[in-house]
Design a protein around this ligand. Structure first.
Ligand code: PGA
Length: 256
């Protein structure tokens, strides 16, 4: 993996935004896979700033989000559909018809998940997938022991994830138990992955993802099987990496 450690989450997010802007400049019709949570907020702020300054045109891009809570409509302020409109889609003025978030109210969950996979394929596949990581090593909402070949489907959240996400709800018990999420297999099919992680709370999951064995107990470790993953970290998230000095040396001496 291509591991880059930055002085701050802001610097890492700027680097991620510049990387995405360069991709979209090369390929106006790029298909972006997007994440929610606290981690990508600075990245989205940077993308909005780039669009406003004329440095990025997202009008022809298509987006697919990783996941959504079952039982919440996209208009619910706690839903990821609402998060995306507030934090990226509305500020950049992207045509919402080009954006996709799984439908948490779909009456036929299996059909919704299958349709989501078909829509990704029909768009030509995901060019670049943005990922955060859970403290338990989940990506999307693929909780520990998710099948490494999994596709978009319904999953049950762990108590830990529901507690971590309780800040958006009145209490952990109000966090939906079920979610629709792209699978690990779906994520591995994307052509490129940018994984962002910030803060000490992610250090253990990050170390196990990059340096631990590949296994379903740390779902993000499946990214070791992907050919084009860049991990962007701050010092806190990098603090448990055994080979930190090596990653810094590689980044300072990139091959020509
Ligand atoms: P966070 O969540 O960005 O809010 O820390 C990441 C995740 O759970 O994947």
């Amino acid at each position: 993996m291509d591991v880059r450690v930055y002085r701050s989450a802001e610097e890492a997010s700027s680097a991620a935004a510049a990387h995405i802007a360069a991709l979209v400049a090369r390929k106006h019709e790029a298909v972006l896979g997007l994440a929610t949570g606290d981690t990508p907020l600075l990245l989205y702020r940077q993308l909005i700033a780039l669009v406003r300054s004329g440095g990025l045109d997202l009008s022809r891009t298509t987006t697919f989000n990783l996941d959504e809570y079952v039982g919440l409509s996209g208009d619910d302020p706690r839903s990821y559909g609402h998060y995306m409109r507030t934090n990226l889609f509305d500020p950049v003025g992207i045509d919402l018809a080009r954006t996709h978030v799984p439908d948490g109210l779909a009456p036929d969950v299996e059909a919704e998940c299958e349709a989501y996979e078909h829509a990704i394929a029909a768009a030509g596949g995901i060019d670049l997938q943005v990922l955060g990581i859970g403290a338990d090593g989940h990506v999307g909402f693929n909780e520990p022991t998710s099948s490494l070949g999994s596709r978009t489907r319904i999953k049950t959240l762990t108590r830990r994830t529901r507690a971590d996400n309780a800040r958006f709800f009145e209490s952990p018990d109000d966090v939906p138990l079920h979610v629709l999420t792209m699978g690990i297999g779906t994520i591995l099919d994307s052509r490129e992955v940018l994984l962002l992680a910030f803060g000490d709370g992610k250090a253990d999951a990050v170390a196990r993802t990059i340096e631990g064995p590949v296994g379903a107990i740390v779902p993000a470790s499946a990214l070791q099987l992907h050919r084009n993953v860049r991990v962007l970290l701050d010092d806190g998230a990098a603090s448990r990496l055994a080979l930190r000095a090596y990653y810094d040396e590689v980044a300072a001496n990139l091959p020509p």
